[in-house]
Design a protein around this ligand. Sequence first.
Ligand code: BTN
Length: 327
Amino acid sequence: MENKEVLILKEMLSAGDTFVSGNRLAEIMGVSRVSVWAQMEKLRSQGFEFEAIRSKGYRLSQKPSSLNQTMIESLLTRSSENLTVHAIETVDSTNSEAERLLANATSTPFAVFSRQQTSGRGRLGREWHSPDNGNLYSSFAFRPKILPSRLSTFTLWMGLNICECINTFCRIQSKIKWPNDIHIEGKKVAGILTEARMDSDETRELVLGLGLNVNSEANEWPAELRQIATSLSEASQKTIDINRLTAALVGRIMGAYEQFIKDEHKDLLKEKWPVYDTLKNKAVSLHHGNTQITGIANGIDASGALIIEREDGSRFLARAGEVTIDK
Ligand code: BTN
């Protein structure tokens, strides 16, 4: 059973500019008119505003501009209905919070969203700068029960779907930099951090962490990020409705996860990867530990490894490490 604030909001959102009567709201919630008023007060305290006319009822006149759990839940579609949402103001890391919830036997799938992280983590032990500035810090948790070897294409497949989702939503052209970055015109807009707990024959827990620069502005960022990072609002030149975008991402991620689990993603990944691959035919260097491999990037193989064609004609399959584009 959905919570009552979500029921009210769903009704108001589908009514658009039309007023919804207090009786109608009482009816869908199965409560009295007095109780409707109390629920509306709860929504007001979260930043929603309603126009009320005695003979007509209520109409939504303002929505919160920052991340809001009720708003996200009201916008979720059927494909996401078995997912639980945990939206919090501040957390050390949404991936760490997801791992704690998993350890406490919270049922999956669930998503953790936060407005700010105090210890956001990136790949290779890096920090993920995570102030409360209109960006999205999120983690999606699953118990997939699949062979660990099948995970090798997971981040690539999810990255591709996230790319397509933000491109459609914001009318931009983001691409993927193998293995886990999303770029717009050479600047990073998002990073993915996948973490798993597994036995030799089964993936017990899987967390997909996504840090997405949504409405932040370059002049708010540390100097070292200004040249290499961007946000969706900067790239599209408009303010992004973060709750609608988050709901769209949830739908897309849940659909992509289903395809992945059923092993139905391989042909699509092969077909679409070249469209979103920022490294294709570029001279690159792969840095992994103390080794450096240089050559021309030539897509991915079936296991998700980056193919690097070296000058001596040999092929190197990169499964880990950091790639830079050589000038
Ligand atoms: C990277 O590019 O190195 C990956 C960055 C991933 C950052 C996200 S923000 C939400 C989730 N929680 C974390 O601590 N990290 C991921």
